[in-house]
Design a protein around this ligand. Structure first.
Ligand code: NAD
Ligand code: TYD
Length: 358
């Protein structure tokens, strides 16, 4: 038995689906179901007795204590977070509440449980984090290793960096057997369409503008989500408590190149009725404040110590992703509620220079 937090979100849902596809070990899935949590992503598990969904907040210490005492898991895999940089710029408080205080409450509950007689001897607390804690690279700097200093620049990355520090301290001070992963940008099925790749796919299909921030030359390292899930399984199985593992796709891409590739895939798989390329919908819009220029991950540590390497290239992963969104209009309809439309109006509706053609 393991507890997964945030298992109704993008990566958490992919992880739970894969976990139950690969093992018979049951999962308690604790998720608050914020705007980013979606039970439709877990619909295939509706009648699966190995999946036990609990709607609740990771900061609810009494609830977490009760789940630990009742189910006696051998691990907590902690995904739950506020995860979107643009939202953290508009409203940072929820990020501090969930990412910092929520992680703190979870650590305290795990510490009490790990010290109790009922806890498994090999109990683990696996904290899922991001490469964004390391800050921004210029074009020529080497990729982030696990030794790179923390230099977070957004409210999101600052809150994740704070949570990473808490996790580290709970190991050094209290001996909690923690594992931390710092991963690059994920993409794939079930990603909420506020992040670059699904937002561009949905906007393209709806005939809306494709809003590229700034000059479109910011670089991200992209990893297909199931490769991230496999890395987490490897770290949980063989990782050394107290260690950090960087996870990346070795696939650095400029944003504009990502959007061009998406347009070309859509031109092939779902051409516009007028025969014009989706590239014509690209618009450069006002840059994100404090926009990190480049992220790149050096994943040699997890590769050499645990034997993990990504199985998907960006080309195969992106094609699969586009096809998944084309095949799941009902999932899209489910997540693009009124609240979603309010968000796009807030983030994109008020840009004074939106409309400059690419
Ligand atoms: P997401 O926003 O899609 O999902 C987050 C989930 O957490 C949602 O289901 C939400 O309902 C739940 N949640 C939020 N607050 C909660 C709370 N207080 N209590 C319980 N549940 C709560 O996020 P994601 O993209 O799946 O990311 C998952 C984790 O991976 C995060 O910790 C994120 O920082 C990390 N990460 C994400 C990426 C990426 O590219 N998406 C890359 C590296 C690391
Ligand atoms: P995002 O998916 O929000 O991930 P992160 O900011 O955590 O890396 O954004 C990825 C990149 O795409 C980032 O450089 C910002 C850029 N971007 C756009 O140009 N337009 C958009 O509408 C969005 C959402 C992101």
């Amino acid at each position: 038995m393991i507890i997964v937090t945030g298992g109704a979100g993008f990566i958490g849902a992919n992880f739970v689906l894969e976990w139950l596809g690969n093992t018979s070990e049951p999962v308690i899935n604790l998720d608050k179901l914020t705007y980013a949590g979606n039970l439709a992503s877990l619909a295939t598990l509706a009648d699966d007795p190995r999946h036990h969904f609990v709607q609740g907040d990771i900061a609810d210490r009494a609830l977490v204590d009760r789940l630990l005492a009742e189910h006696q898991p051998r691990a907590i895999v902690h995904f739950a977070a506020e995860s979107h940089v643009d939202r953290s710029i508009h409203g940072p408080e929820a990020f501090l509440q969930t990412n910092v205080m929520g992680t703190f409450q979870l650590l305290e509950a795990a510490r009490a449980y790990a010290g109790s007689a009922q806890a498994a001897a090999d109990f683990r607390f696996l904290h899922v984090s991001t490469d964004e804690v390391y800050g921004s690279l210029d074009a020529t700097e080497p990729a982030f290793t696990e030794q790179h200093p923390f230099q977070p620049n957004s409210p999101y990355s600052a809150s994740k960096a704070a949570s990473d520090h808490l996790v580290r301290a709970w190991h050094h001070t209290y001996g909690l057997p923690v594992l931390t992963t710092n991963c690059s940008n994920n993409y794939g099925p079930l990603q909420f369409p506020e992040k670059l790749i699904p937002l561009m796919i949905l906007n393209a299909l709806a005939g809306r503008d494709l809003p590229v921030y700034g000059d479109g030359q910011n670089v991200r390292d992209w990893l297909y989500v199931t490769d991230h899930c496999a890395a987490i399984r490897a770290v949980l199985a063989q990782g050394v408590p107290g260690e950090t593992y960087n996870v990346g796709g070795n696939a650095e891409m400029r944003n504009l190149d990502v959007v061009h590739t998406l347009c070309d895939l859509l031109d092939e798989l779902r051409p516009r009725a007028d025969g014009v390329s989706y590239r014509g919908q690209i618009r450069f819009v006002t840059d994100r404040p404090g926009h990190d220029r480049r992220y790149a991950i050096d994943a040699r540590h997890i590769s050499t110590t645990l034997g993990w390497t990504p199985q998907h290239t960006f080309a195969t992963g992106l094609r699969h992703t586009v096809q998944w969104y084309l095949d799941h209009p009902e999932w899209i309809a489910d997540v693009t509620s009124g609240a979603y439309r309010q968000w796009t109006a807030l983030n994109y509706g008020e840009r004074p220079d939106a409309g400059a053609s690419a």
